[in-house]
Design a protein around this ligand. Structure first.
Ligand code: EPZ
Length: 455
């Protein structure tokens, strides 16, 4: 795992907390990105220089929900506080009664001293589907939760049946009523259960891992997700007093405790952001130093990137990488739960394969509709054909800039990467998708030589 940031564990007393909260900005009422914002990128530049990798979006969203489990303050550092998803989830949590203080230097101080309401309304949850992860912690802490059903998104239906069945196994009574999940814990509180997942689900593992920390007795999660973000969540929970074994394996055991307490935790580096910039390098050539991240977080990503022709190595807390030849070599990948190739890297890898020597077969096994970047890449001159869950990418000599539409977070960034090598100008519309998961992407890429700006 990447060496944790040097940190001192502070247990802020209420008055200290309030003082600190006064000095750092609370969440903004609304994120200031209009639907019309776009990114303009011109191709032809190599990437050269340093990029600091932010804390992982898919870890910090769970950490924020876990802060509901205690009345004490929980402090997170290395937080990508600029992300729309972080700020939207902050709105949901503060609606529930949590004091959410996010500072521009990457610190989040969260304190749910009391739960003001157990209702997470549709108009907040719809903006941030991971808000459904407040369900279990609210049940465990407060005994009741009404959370709007999150609905699907562009990459798939995203059902949450495994979340709900797991909570029912722990004794919760759950009904779906007018678009809301209405859940109630039994009078004696939730109890431990043995939960066998029929297939790996990151969200369901997150949800039940958090909830089980306060349930009575032992919970065993079988066929649990093994992602580094799950391990990071479990490590933070252990620092809050939870009793958890088996993190990073497919069987996680949790012994419930009566209470959890505050702590300070540095969020693990974002392996998907890391991989995204490595794919950009595969397209443009050059060399990058990606700071504060670790190859151990992404074993199944590093291997195909090196097969494709990148030189990648760890140097202290940084990854240094360069492209060996003028073109990357066609390399096949198939997405799988960790430690397999991450589905969140599929679009970016495909963008890199557009200019490969030879061809690449890319198979998506996690989501049913995660090839929306294909028509947009083909409009830029790529040669990609989709057959069911697989896409065949045949390398072309060049891409040409075009006006393209972002559809989901990872498809959007794939278009930005393609724009960095396309001849002429590429305009990526609807970049609010991008700002959900990539902190300061324009600054980070222009800082290493890309010709990119917001418009
Ligand atoms: C998490 O989503 C990530 N999001 C996703 O990242 C990531 O793609 C996904 O895990 C897989 O790694 C966050 O962590 C916030 P799942 P999640 O439960 O938890 C089906 C990004 O780009 N399923 O592992 O929703 C589901 O439909 C985002 O950063 C059920 O059928 O993913 C999917 O096909 C996108 N029932 C598959 O399982 C359930 O109850 C895996 O979903 C739960 C899931």
């Amino acid at each position: 795992m990447n060496t944790p940031l040097p940190q001192t564990t502070i247990e802020p007393q209420p008055d200290t907390l309030n003082k600190v909260a006064e000095t750092i900005d609370l969440i903004q009422p609304e994120v200031k990105t209009s639907e019309l914002d776009k990114i303009v990128v011109r191709g032809g530049r190599e990437l050269k220089g340093d990029i600091r990798i932010s804390g992982a979006k898919n870890a910090v969203l769970k950490h924020m929900c876990a802060a509901l489990l205690t009345e004490e303050a929980v402090t997170f550092t290395n937080v990508p506080t600029g992300l729309r998803d972080v700020r939207f989830l902050g709105q949901v949590l503060s609606h529930l009664g949590m004091n959410v203080a996010l500072s521009s230097d990457g610190k989040a101080i969260l304190r749910a001293q009391e739960i003001k309401t157990h209702i997470a309304p549709y108009d907040l949850v719809r903006k941030m589907r991971a808000s459904v992860l407040v369900l279990g912690p609210l049940l465990a802490r407060h005994g009741e939760a009404h959370v709007s059903l999150p609905g699907g998104c562009s990459i798939g239906g995203r059902p949450i049946d495994l979340h709900l069945r797991g909570l029912e196994a722990m004794g919760a009574e759950i009904e779906i009523d007018s678009g809301y999940i209405k859940a109630k814990a039994p009078t004696g509180g939730l109890k431990g259960a043995i939960i066998d997942f029929p297939f790996v689900s990151v969200g369901a593992t997150d949800q039940l891992l958090m909830t089980a920390t306060l349930a009575k007795g032992e919970t065993i999660l079988r066929n649990a997700a093994r992602e580094p973000e799950i391990v990071d969540q479990g490590n933070a929970l252990i620092k809050m007093g939870a009793k958890i074994e088996g993190l990073g394996t497919s069987e996680i055991r949790i012994q419930g405790v009566d209470k959890l307490h505050g702590t300070t935790h540095a969020v693990v580096a974002d392996r998907i952001e890391t991989g995204t910039y490595l794919c950009g390098l595969g397209l443009t050539g050059g060399s990058l130093r990606l700071k504060n991240t670790h190859i151990d977080l992404m074993p199944s990503l590093i291997a195909p990137l090196m097969r494709a022709g990148l030189d990648i190595q760890q140097e202290g807390d940084d990854i240094i990488a360069s492209r060996r030849h003028a073109l990357v070599r066609g390399t096949d990948i198939m997405t799988e739960p960790h430690p397999g190739f991450p589905t969140d890297m599929q679009a970016q890898f495909m963008a890199m394969m557009c200019l490969c020597e030879g061809a690449s077969m890319i198979t998506e096994t996690i989501f049913e509709n995660r090839f929306m970047h294909v028509p947009e890449l083909n409009r830029m001159g790529a040669n990609i054909s989709v057959q069911g869950q697989s896409a065949i990418v045949r390398g072309v000599k060049k891409l040409t800039g075009a006006e393209v539409m972002a559809t989901d977070l990872r498809a959007s960034v794939a278009l930005v990467l393609a724009g960095m090598v396309a001849e002429g100008e590429t305009v990526v519309n609807r970049i609010y998708h991008l700002e959900r998961g990539y902190e300061n992407i324009v600054e980070k890429l222009s800082g290493v030589g890309a010709d990119i700006r917001k418009a």
